[in-house]
Design a protein around this ligand. Structure first.
Ligand SMILES: Nc1ncnc2c1ncn2[C@@H]1O[C@H](COP(=O)(O)OP(=O)(O)OP(=O)(O)O)[C@@H](O)[C@H]1O
Length: 263
């Protein structure tokens, strides 16, 4: 791990990544990524397969440990705590606590198959946050209504479409009251006709002011919702800025080439 930069303060962005590096085996897949997300902002991460987008997202949530650089979420260095002006590596249980403030939605919904939609949503608040079940159920029903699934509370995952399962997964993440939501290609496992219903929920979340980092190939979503589009290639950010600039008037040849293929 490189020398620790100073601990950031509460007035800093919600997410700040500086010089993030990560290797698997001998291969460096993140080569010094810098990224800033202000509270309430939506940042879309775009780029070709293998660029390191998912790996970066997993580093923000400390599902991967970075080799160098630093990431702060809400002023807290990810994987560390600051005591007496020094950074100390967190133990596993403390990492889990830090991770609670971050909701993550994956390509695959990974719902508990033996629990209903509502059961999936209340599991975290009851078991992890120790909320009274009645309160968790009330909130869980409200969250299912928010994602348009009020009538599916008692359905099991196998009785739901992929789009509905993904909306349950979003409700489940929201039930933990995250201050940040990470989405890793949340629609890419869905049939095309189901993509819109998941994106609509994400658009609503963005309008409600949720801070989000979204790895996506949905250029229309990025154009509609993103405050910033970050284009990654080969473990590095090659271009970032407002969607109108990066998507409609890209400056880098690699961005132009990528967009020519996907648009
Ligand atoms: N746990 C791991 N072990 C070894 N290599 C890994 C691991 N996770 C990712 N990689 C490699 O890191 C590189 C970046 O992968 P990553 O999934 O972050 O890219 P991506 O930009 O999200 O791509 P895609 O759009 O295809 O999901 C790839 O070459 C991948 O094979």
């Amino acid at each position: 791990m490189s020398a620790a930069p100073p601990v950031s303060t509460a007035s800093t962005p919600l997410v700040r990544a500086v010089g993030v590096r990560k290797s698997f085996g001998g291969t460096e897949v993140l080569k010094g990524v810098d990224l800033t997300v202000d509270p309430g902002q939506v940042v879309c991460l775009l780029g070709p397969s293998g660029a390191g987008k998912s790996t970066f997202l997993r580093c923000v949530n400390h599902l991967e440990t970075i080799d160098a650089g630093r990431i702060w979420v809400a002023g807290q260095p990810v994987g560390f705590t600051s005591r007496g002006g020094k950074l100390h590596e967190l133990r596993e249980r403390e990492v889990a606590r830090q991770r609670r403030g971050i909701g993550m939605v994956f390509q695959r919904f990974n719902l508990f198959p033996h629990r209903t939609a509502l059961g999936n949503v209340v599991e975290g608040p009851v078991r992890v946050l120790r909320k009274p079940r009645r309160e968790a159920v009330e909130e869980g029903r409200a969250l299912l209504a928010r994602v348009g699934l009020a009538d599916k509370a008692d359905a099991y995952p196998h009785q739901l479409s992929g789009g509905q399962q993904q909306r349950v997964a979003i409700a489940r993440a929201l039930a933990m009251r995250p201050r940040l939501m990470l989405f890793d290609e949340p629609t890419s496992a869905l049939d095309p006709e189901l993509v819109g219903e998941v994106l609509d929920v994400m658009v609503d979340l963005a309008r409600d002011g949720m801070t989000m980092i979204v790895v996506t190939h949905e250029i229309g979503f990025a154009r509609q919702v993103a405050d910033s589009v970050v284009f990654m290639v080969d473990g590095a950010v090659v271009e970032s800025g407002p969607p109108a600039q990066v998507l409609d008037d890209p400056r880098q040849q690699r961005t132009q080439q990528f967009l020519a293929k996907v648009l």
